[in-house]
Write a protein that binds this ligand. Structure first.
Ligand code: RM4
Ligand code: MN
Ligand code: MN
Length: 396
C-alpha cells in the first residue's frame, strides 16, 4: 500500500467509533427456541464487563447501547449502578432503547394503540427513558416500534399515523437541548400485515413531525431484499435527517447476522456514500454507528470483535476512494472509470495498515487472537457455567 493510502486509512480509523449492544452478549434465540451458551452474560454487570473487553482490545467501542427493560431493571433508580459499573469496566452508556413491545399492554401497539391509556403509558415510558438517558449522559434515545397489525381491515392506519405524530411530538418535548431522538423503521415482523413505521419515508415524516432533534435510524436488516440502502443513506444525508445506524447482515429478512458476513460490498457502499457526502459538504456527518446483532450460534464476544474489525475494514476501504477523481469521472459520464474507483478501493487489502494503526495506539494488532489468548473466556465460562446451565431454552 502506498504511503498516501496508509495515511487515508489512519485518518479513517482515527475518527471511526462504533457502539456495541448490551444484548449482543446475552443469550438470544429464534422464534423456535434458544441454544444457550455457558459464557453468555445474564446480568448488566456481565454485559458491561464483556463490552469492556471488546473496547479494551479494539479501542474503538467506548459506548454500549442499553435496552431499558433488559438492562435497567429498576428504571431510573438503576442509573447510579449503571454509571458505576460502566466506569469500572472502562466504557460509557450509549444510546438508550425504550422497550415498547414486550409487555402485554402492547399487544395491539404502543404509540399507535387505539386505547388512549396504552398510548399514555407508552409516552410515560419514553419520557422515563429520556430521563434515564439524561442521568447516564446519553445523547440518543433510539426508538423502535413493533406497532402494526396482522390482518387487513383490523386497524385504522390513518388514525394510528396521527397518534404517532402526536405522541412523538410530545416525547420530543422532553429531550434536553443536546439530546436526539432516533426513529427506526422496519417493513415487517412482528406485525405481518402492516407496520406503522415500515420504511425510511415514514420515519422521515415522523421525525419531521416530532421536532428538530428527531432523525432517522437505518437498521441495515430492515429492508426488502433488493432495496438500495445506500441510496436511502444518500437521500437522508442530503436532507440532514440521517441520525444513525444499526449494523448487521442478513440473507433473508431481519437475520441479525454479523456485519459484512453476507454482503460486505453493501456496507462498503453505505460508508462510501457517507464519506463522499462529507468530502463534498466539507463537514462531518453527525451519525451514530451502532451494531444491532443477535449472536445465536457464534461466541458472543468473538462475534462482536469480528464485527468491529470488519466495520473498521469496510470503513477504511471506503476512505480510499479518490473523491475528486470520482466526481470528475461522474461528470464526464466515464462509467467504467467511476465504477472501477469503487471496485479498486473495495479490493484493497487494508488489514496491514489497520494492524500498523493498532500498534501505533498500543492496541493488540489482532484483537481476536488477543482475546483468545487473554483467558477472559475461560474465566467467565467457569464463573457463569453453573447458572447458565439452568437457563431456559424453550418457550414452552
Ligand atoms: C428490532 C429492532 C430494534 C431492536 C429489537 C430488539 O428488530 O432492530 O432495534 O431493539 O429488534
Ligand atoms: Mn435495530
Ligand atoms: Mn431488527
Amino acid at each position: 500500500m502506498r504511503l498516501q493510502e496508509t495515511d487515508k486509512v489512519f485518518q479513517a480509523l482515527e475518527i471511526f467509533r462504533i457502539e456495541i449492544p448490551s444484548w449482543g452478549f446475552a443469550n438470544t434465540g429464534t422464534r423456535f427456541g434458544k441454544f444457550t451458551q455457558v459464557a453468555a452474560a445474564a446480568t448488566l454487570e456481565e454485559k458491561l464487563s464483556d463490552a469492556g473487553q471488546v473496547h479494551l482490545l479494539t479501542g474503538v467501542c467506548p459506548t454500549v447501547a442499553l435496552h431499558v427493560l433488559w438492562d435497567l431493571l429498576g428504571g431510573i433508580q438503576s442509573t447510579d449502578t449503571v454509571n458505576k459499573l460502566a466506569g469500572r469496566y472502562g466504557i460509557r452508556p450509549g444510546s438508550i432503547n425504550p422497550n415498547l413491545f414486550q409487555e402485554q399492554v402492547y399487544k395491539y401497539g404502543s404509540l399507535g394503540n387505539s386505547d388512549l391509556s396504552v398510548r399514555e403509558q407508552a409516552l410515560r415510558h419514553v419520557k422515563d427513558s429520556i430521563a434515564i438517558a439524561q442521568r447516564l449522559n446519553s445523547r440518543d434515545i433510539s426508538l423502535w416500534f413493533a406497532d402494526g397489525s396482522n390482518y387487513p381491515g383490523t386497524a385504522n392506519i390513518r388514525h394510528r399515523k396521527r397518534w404517532f405524530e402526536e405522541y412523538l411530538r410530545a416525547s420530543h418535548v422532553g429531550l434536553a437541548p443536546d439530546q436526539r431522538m432516533l426513529l427506526e423503521y422496519k417493513p415487517f415482523e412482528p406485525a405481518f400485515y402492516h407496520t406503522d413505521l415500515a420504511d425510511w419515508g415514514m420515519s422521515l415524516l415522523m421525525a419531521r413531525a416530532a421536532g428538530p432533534r428527531a432523525k432517522v435510524l437505518v437498521d441495515t436488516g430492515h429492508h426488502y431484499l433488493s432495496q438500495n440502502i445506500e441510496q436511502i443513506v444518500a437521500w437522508l444525508l442530503s436532507e440532514d435527517m440521517l441520525g444513525g445506524f444499526h449494523f448487521n447482515d442478513r440473507r433473508y429478512a431481519d437475520d441479525d447476522l454479523t456485519m459484512g458476513s453476507i454482503d460486505p460490498y453493501q456496507v462498503f457502499r453505505i460508508f462510501h456514500e457517507i464519506l463522499y457526502f462529507e468530502w463534498e459538504a466539507q463537514k462531518r456527518a453527525d451519525i451514530a454507528y451502532m451494531i444491532d446483532q443477535s449472536h445465536n450460534l457464534k461466541g458472543k464476544i468473538e462475534a462482536t470483535i469480528q464485527t468491529v474489525t470488519m466495520a473498521q475494514q469496510l470503513h477504511s476501504k471506503a476512505a480510499l476512494v479518490d473523491h475528486e477523481t470520482l466526481a470528475e469521472a461522474q461528470k464526464d459520464a466515464d462509467l467504467l472509470r467511476a465504477e472501477t474507483i469503487l471496485q479498486d478501493a473495495f479490493a484493497t487489502d487494508v488489514r496491514p495498515a489497520i494492524r500498523e494503526w493498532r500498534a501505533s495506539k498500543g492496541l493488540p494488532t489482532d484483537p481476536m487472537k488477543a482475546f483468545r489468548e487473554s483467558g477472559y473466556l475461560q474465566r467467565i465460562t467457569k464463573e457463569r457455567a453453573a447458572r447458565n446451565s439452568q437457563s431456559v431454552s424453550s418457550y414452552a
